[in-house]
Design a binder for this molecule. Structure first.
Ligand SMILES: [Ca+2]
Length: 372
């Protein structure tokens, strides 16, 4: 395996594989990713969140189960396996977001794919009661046809503005054959922003870029291929989004309203299909890495925790294929190899204290970033 940076990586396994230590280049702090919440090995975990005002973790599995932490154990919060089509590799239960007033209204939002011809992505609202999701409370807000089984994206999160953000990939196949990324009239290849507190399903925020025309009003940003891992910097509200590349470049973007992030004209900051592509009108990524260093990005968060002061304000992300984790120093605009894990990171999670976790889709284990 080749690496773009001269990085010495030493990997030690001990505690029978429960703890993995890493010693990367001198510039990065010494950290470990320690297995936590070890009472359960999840089945293809996709995401993990703590609702506002609640310390319990909720873990979603690709096939449609949701587990709620209760002390050291996990209890079943929902079984949506009959509702969800999860057979295609990138299909299933893909996103979860609890309403900012969840403790009062019990509302949460899920995104998943359903069986139909073609496959469809669904965004739906549910109610919880007595520690369980009430499946009969399902209210569909939005359905989007997926022409192919891959690139469904599907992550959900509430922004600091109180609006619900929802990412959709370019529709799949390879190379975006229908040019959905560059078409602001299709929801595919876009990040959507919805006001879920108004209307029967949702309303369009007045400052959405296409609120008054020019594209689909739900769209906040477009030109995306397959967003996988995005979230808000809890210090300044900036939205960091990782977009999985096609054959050559993995990228991270800071999302702004109305931004066209380039796909499929550009892959990262490089021309994709046509060598004479222009960068005019498109936003190039903040950082990128080539397929010499990995094959599919899993985006994380800007670290705002307390246990590793050296990482304050650094953006953490990883590669799904190699398990390499990097920290990007926003101030110096440099990327440091932080750790290389023998896992396939499906997501990063952030607790109420700003500490970071990684879910491994292969083992179903959860790891917490800790100082060494
Ligand atoms: Ca891009």
């Amino acid at each position: 395996m080749q690496w773009g940076e001269a990085v010495r990586i030493r990997v030690l396994f001990f505690f029978l594989g429960f703890v993995v230590l890493f010693n990367a280049q001198a510039a990065a702090p010494e950290v470990e990713f320690k297995r936590v919440l070890a009472s359960r090995s999840f089945e293809r975990p996709i995401a993990m969140v703590q609702p506002p005002g609640e310390a319990s973790w909720y873990v979603i599995e690709k096939a449609g189960l949701i587990w709620r932490q209760s002390g050291d154990e996990f209890t079943l919060f929902a079984d949506l396996t009959k509702r969800i089509e999860s057979r295609p590799n990138e299909a299933g239960l893909l996103g979860i977001a609890f309403h900012p007033d969840y403790q009062d209204n019990g509302l949460l939002f899920l995104s998943y794919t359903v069986q139909s011809n073609p496959l469809r992505s669904v965004l739906a609202r549910f109610q919880s009661e007595n520690g369980r999701l009430v499946e009969g409370s399902a209210h569909t807000l939005l359905t989007v046809e997926q022409p192919y089984g891959n690139h469904n994206s599907g992550q959900l999160a509430f922004g600091p503005d109180g609006y619900l953000y929802f990412s959709l990939g370019d529709g799949g196949s390879a190379g975006d054959p229908a040019d959905n990324g560059q078409n602001p009239n299709t929801l595919l290849g876009s990040l959507l922003r919805l006001d879920v507190d108004k209307g029967e399903s949702y309303a369009i925020p007045k400052d959405n870029p296409f609120h008054s025309g020019g594209g689909a009003p739900e769209i906040y940003a477009y030109g995306l291929r397959n967003p996988w891992g995005w979230g808000f910097d809890r210090d300044n509200g900036q939205l960091w989004l990782a977009d999985v590349g096609q054959d050559a470049w993995e990228e991270v973007n800071i999302i702004r309203a109305g931004g066209n992030y380039g796909w499929n004209l550009r892959e990262g900051s490089h021309c994709y299909a046509r060598p004479d592509c222009s960068s005019k009108g498109v936003v190039d990524p903040v950082l990128e890495y080539s397929h010499e260093e990995g094959c599919s990005i899993t985006g994380g968060y800007v670290y705002r925790g307390q246990t590793i002061p050296e990482l304050q304000g650094h953006y953490l992300f990883s590669d799904f294929c190699t398990g390499q984790v990097w920290a990007y120093d926003v101030k110096s605009e440099t990327r440091h190899a932080l750790a290389r894990l023998s896992i396939n990171p499906s997501s990063f999670a952030q607790d109420h204290d700003g500490e970071l976790y990684i879910t491994d889709i292969s083992s179903g284990h959860i790891y917490k970033l800790l100082p060494r």
